[in-house]
Structures are given as structure tokens and as C-alpha cells.
Write a protein that binds this ligand. Structure first.
Ligand code: FBP
Ligand code: MG
Ligand code: MG
Length: 280
């Protein structure tokens, strides 16, 4: 797996340069979720495809920006699903964005995930790689240096509620408010990578992207976004559910499937389970 880890580091350095210089226009294309792609989305996707094409252990890749998965090496064993530039429209307003990688063995599927990784492009470039442990690395010059292992506390104090409030279920709104009444602070930038990274590094809290009246299956994609972060949160001692079920127990029918999702430390996820068991 070191070859994949090295390839991700190469992509991170190239994507950082692309973000710094690229004119961020819209392309004429839409991705598989029907969203207009930015030229930067396409460029980052190409960078990752180029780097992964040089890694013999990778069998197949699937990108959030492409309709179909792509076979790279018949003899490889890893299947990688990636979101090249999550939150890409935030580059325009100079907020943090990220790349997300789910690493699966022999096929795509939550039960096949063996490692997961994301890169945050903010004032600094940081990378979290989870295999047996969740480890934070920081880009220093040309190299990523190990900083520390990430462990979530039992309870945090940050609340990151996603989705359009107007379309939340009433019990979801009550639950979000109950955390604020308990002293939780709002931390939501609209980029799942920095939002989830902040909760991980500050010790805990809750990130939610629920089922809403306009998006009954949520917005975030299982293979590219939801499973990779579920794996990282669970490796760091937290939990990740769809309201009721452990996210890592979910199936997927199509590579672009979405799911409602809740990531957090144990205390907050226990509250979500309680609320969703009686209401949803
Ligand atoms: O604006 P909303 O509905 O809260 O959605 C925000 C979510 O959408 C995303 O931007 C989706 O990712 P993409 O930018 O890759 O499409 C997440 O990063 C973020 O958590
Ligand atoms: Mg995304
Ligand atoms: Mg994206």
C-alpha cells in the first residue's frame, strides 16, 4: 500500500499547484451527479488518473467526476474511489477544499475498504491516512511529515449541520438545536473535508448531512465521500451512521449512490441514534 500512499502524496503536491494558479472557470460539462464541473475539477481528476496509472497494484479507479469506473491493471488488487476536489466551488472564495480517497480490496464496497485518505488544501496542506490507525501528516517543502495519530474524545463541542435547513425533518432540526442548547458551537464551511477535519482535530463533535425533503438519500456519495470518512472516523475512535445503521455496513447499487450520514464522537452519535430510532 506504500505505493498508493506515495502516489497520493504526488497528487497532493500537483493539485496544490493547480489550485494556486488555475483560472477557475466553469467547463461545459456536468458530472455524474448533474453538477457543472469546474475546469479545476477536471484538471485534478486528470492528475490523479495520471499518478494512479503508474501504480501496478491498482486494479480499478472510479472518480466522482466520471460516470464509469476505469480498469488500470488486471493483476492489481486495489480499487480506489476518489473525489478529486471536494468543495471545489469554495476555491473561488478562498476557503479550504480537499481530495478524498477510498481504498478497497478486490471490489468496491464498504465491506471491502482497507484504507482511506484525505488531503486538506487550506493555509497548509495536510493529509490524513487511515489504515490501522488514523495518522496526520503535514506537507513541509516537498515532503509530507508525520505529525501525530488522531484520536477522538468521547464527546466534543462542535456542530456542523449540513443540508438546506428549510428541507430538514422537524426532528432533525430539534436534534441540531438540542446540541446548540447544550453549548455546542456552529462550525460549517460547506466543505466536508475541512469540516470533518476540524472535528477530528479538535477532539469531537457532530457533522451531519441528513435525508431532506428534496434529497431523501442525502447528498454525499457513498464510495467517494461517505465510506472513506466513516472508515477514518471509526479508526480514530469515533462513529459513523446513516441515522440508524453503521455506514460501513451499507451496500451500494451504483458507484455514484449517496447516503444520509452522521460522523462524530460517541456521545453525539448516541444522541442521533436515539432521535432517529424513534422518528425516522
Ligand atoms: O451546501 P451543502 O448542501 O451544505 O453541501 C455541502 C457539501 O457538498 C460538498 O461540497 C459536496 O462535494 P463536491 O464539491 O465534491 O460536489 C461537500 O464538501 C459538502 O459537505
Ligand atoms: Mg465531494
Ligand atoms: Mg468533487
Amino acid at each position: 500500500m506504500t505505493d498508493i500512499f506515495d502516489a497520493i502524496q504526488r497528487t497532493a503536491k500537483r493539485i496544490k499547484k493547480a489550485i494556486d494558479v488555475k483560472d477557475i472557470g466553469y467547463s461545459q460539462q456536468a458530472n455524474s451527479s448533474g453538477e457543472t464541473q469546474l475546469q479545476l475539477d477536471i484538471q485534478c481528476d486528470m492528475i490523479i488518473e495520471e499518478e494512479f496509472s503508474q501504480v501496478p497494484s491498482i486494479h480499478t479507479i472510479a472518480s466522482e467526476e466520471k460516470e464509469n469506473a476505469m480498469l488500470l491493471n488486471e493483476n492489481g488488487k486495489y480499487f480506489i474511489a476518489y473525489d478529486p476536489l471536494d468543495g471545489s466551488s469554495l476555491v473561488d472564495v478562498n476557503l479550504s477544499v480537499g481530495s478524498i480517497f477510498g481504498i478497497y480490496e478486490n471490489a468496491f464496497g464498504a465491506d471491502k475498504m482497507v484504507a482511506s485518505c484525505y488531503v486538506v488544501f487550506g493555509p497548509r496542506v495536510e493529509m490524513v491516512f487511515a489504515h490501522n490507525k488514523a495518522k496526520l501528516h503535514l506537507l513541509q517543502g516537498e515532503n509530507f511529515e508525520f505529525v501525530k495519530e488522531i484520536r477522538l474524545k468521547e464527546k466534543g463541542n462542535l456542530n456542523a449541520p449540513g443540508g438546506t435547513q428549510q428541507n430538514w425533518m422537524p426532528y432533525h432540526k430539534e436534534m441540531v438545536d438540542s446540541f446548540f442548547k447544550e453549548g455546542y458551537r456552529l462550525r460549517y464551511s460547506g466543505g466536508m473535508v475541512p469540516d470533518l477535519h476540524q472535528i477530528l482535530l479538535k477532539g469531537g463533535g457532530l457533522f451531519s448531512y441528513p435525508a431532506t425533503s428534496d434529497k431523501p438519500d442525502g447528498k454525499l456519495r457513498k464510495l467517494f465521500e461517505v465510506f472513506p470518512f466513516a472508515f477514518i472516523y471509526k479508526t480514530a475512535g469515533g462513529e459513523a451512521i446513516d441515522g440508524k445503521e453503521d455506514l460501513m455496513k451499507l451496500d451500494h447499487a451504483h458507484i455514484h449512490d449517496t447516503s444520509p450520514c452522521f460522523f462524530g464522537s460517541k456521545y453525539e452519535i448516541a444522541r442521533v441514534k436515539e432521535v432517529y430510532a424513534t422518528n425516522a
